[in-house]
Design a protein around this ligand. Structure first.
Ligand code: SF4
Length: 362
C-alpha cells in the first residue's frame, strides 16, 4: 500500500507526514525528526539484503503457544496474478543460526509450535559470506529447528509445487515434531491456465508431487489455494479444477474468485474477461465440493486418537478446550486437567466439515 498509494496519502489526502516501506525502519529516528520539523517524506525503497534477521518481534495477540518466524523475504517467481515480486523484491534467506536462536528462545518462553514463514519456503537457501560452499537449504533448516526439542512442533508455509523436494518430505518423515501437514497451492486444474498464470508447473508435475507426498509422509494432510475465473477460464478449465479436487481430496482449501491486482503481469497482458456472475458460480461449486471433501476426510478421523497441542478455551464454550493435531486439524474437547501449551491425547468422537470433536483420554 505504501508503494502504490504514497503520493495519494501524502499529497492528495494530506493525512500523514511520512510514507515508509518496511525496509526504512533503520532510518525511522531520523525520518521522524525530519517530519517534526515539518518536512514530509517518502521512503519505500526495497533493500536487496534486508531479512530482519536481528529483529525480535513483539508478539501481540499471541496465544503464547504458537508463533510465526519469518525465514526469508521476497519471491523470485513471477505468477502473473501476483503483486508480491514487485512489492517485496527478490528472494533473500535469513541466516539459519538466527532462525534457530529465535525458535529456541520462543521454546524457552513456553511456545510449543512455530511456523516457518516465507512466500516460497522450499527455495530457502542461505550461503555463508565467508565460505560460499557452506550452504543450508530448507530441508537442512527444518532439521536444525526440529532438533531444538522434540516438544517443539514445526510447521511451514508456503510451498511452491515446483520446488517442493523429496528431501523436505524425508525430513518431515524423519522427525515426529515436523507436523504432517502441507499447504500446496494448485490455483487451477487446467495446465493451459497454469501456463497463463506462469506457475511454472503443469498438472502432471503437480500430481506427481502429491503422489510423492503421500508415499513419503503417509499420515499427511494436504490443503491448497484455488482461484476461480482467472482470465479466459472456460467451463472446461473449471471442470478440470473440480476433477483435480476430486482426485486429491484436499483436507482444506483457501478459495477465491479472481480479482485483478494493479501492476501485475495479468493486468498488463490479459483481459479479465470472465463475467463476475460466472466467477461467483464457479467459486460456489468449488466451495461446495471442498466442504464435502473436508467433511469426508474428517469423518475418517472418528475413532482415532491424536496428540493435540492445547491452544486454549474453544471459541464457542469456556467449558471446552481447542487445539490442533499434527495435521493442523482443530479439535475441541471438554475441559479436563490441562492448560494451554500441554500435549494431550484426544479421541475423536464426531466432526463437522471444519472441526473434530473429541474427548481427552488419560
Ligand atoms: S503467488 Fe506466491 S510464488 Fe507466485 S509470485 Fe506470488 S508470492 Fe511468488
Amino acid at each position: 500500500m505504501a508503494e502504490r498509494l504514497k503520493h495519494k496519502l501524502l499529497e492528495e489526502e494530506q493525512i500523514v507526514d511520512l510514507v515508509l516501506g518496511p525496509d526504512a525502519y533503520r532510518l525511522l529516528p531520523a525520518l521522524v525528526k525530519q517530519a517534526e520539523s515539518g518536512q514530509k517524506g517518502i521512503n519505500v525503497l526495497l533493500s536487496r539484503e534486508e531479512t530482519y534477521a536481528d529483529i525480535n518481534p513483539v508478539r501481540l495477540n499471541s496465544n503464547g503457544v504458537s508463533a510465526f518466524i519469518s525465514i526469508m523475504r521476497g519471491c523470485n517467481n513471477m505468477c502473473s496474478f501476483c503483486v508480491v515480486p514487485f512489492t517485496r523484491g527478490r528472494e533473500r534467506s535469513r541466516d539459519p543460526e538466527s532462525i534457530v536462536d529465535e525458535a529456541r528462545a520462543l521454546f524457552d518462553k513456553g511456545y510449543r509450535e512455530i511456523t516457518l514463514l516465507g512466500q516460497n519456503v522450499d527455495s530457502y537457501k542461505w550461503s555463508s559470506e565467508n565460505d560460499l560452499k557452506q550452504t543450508v537449504n530448507f530441508a537442512g533448516l527444518l532439521k536444525a529447528v526440529a532438533q531444538i526439542n522434540p516438544k517443539l512442533r514445526i510447521r511451514f508455509s508456503t510451498s511452491h509445487p515446483k520446488d517442493m523436494s523429496d528431501e523436505v518430505l524425508y525430513a518431515m518423515a524423519e522427525y515426529d515434531n515436523i507436523c504432517k501437514y502441507i499447504h500446496l497451492p494448485i490455483q487451477s486444474g487446467s495446465t493451459r491456465l497454469l501456463n497463463k498464470m506462469n506457475r511454472t508447473y503443469d498438472l502432471p508435475w503437480y500430481m506427481q508431487r502429491i503422489a510423492a507426498i503421500r508415499k513419503i509422509v503417509p499420515q499427511v494432510a494436504i490443503s491448497t489455494d484455488i482461484i476461480a475465473g482467472f482470465c479466459s477460464e472456460t467451463e472446461a478449465d473449471h471442470q478440470q479444477t473440480l476433477q483435480v479436487m476430486e482426485s486429491v481430496r484436499y483436507e482444506m482449501a483457501y478459495m477465491f474468485f479472481y480479482s485483478e491486482r494493479p501492476g501485475t503481469q495479468a493486468e498488463k497482458k490479459f483481459k479479465d474477461d470472465v463475467p463476475e456472475a460466472v466467477k461467483k458460480q464457479r467459486l460456489a461449486e468449488i466451495i461446495r465440493l471442498q466442504q464435502q471433501h473436508s467433511f469426508e476426510r474428517n469423518k475418517k478421523d472418528i475413532g482415532q486418537v491424536f496428540e493435540v497441542l492445547v491452544e486454549g478455551p474453544s471459541k464457542k464454550s469456556d467449558q471446552e478446550f481447542a487445539g490442533r493435531n499434527s495435521q493442523n486439524k482443530m479439535i475441541v474437547f471438554p475441559k479436563k486437567q490441562c492448560r494451554a501449551g500441554d500435549y494431550v491425547q484426544v479421541k475423536v468422537l464426531d466432526c463437522t466439515a471444519a472441526t473434530l470433536i473429541g474427548k481427552m483420554i488419560d
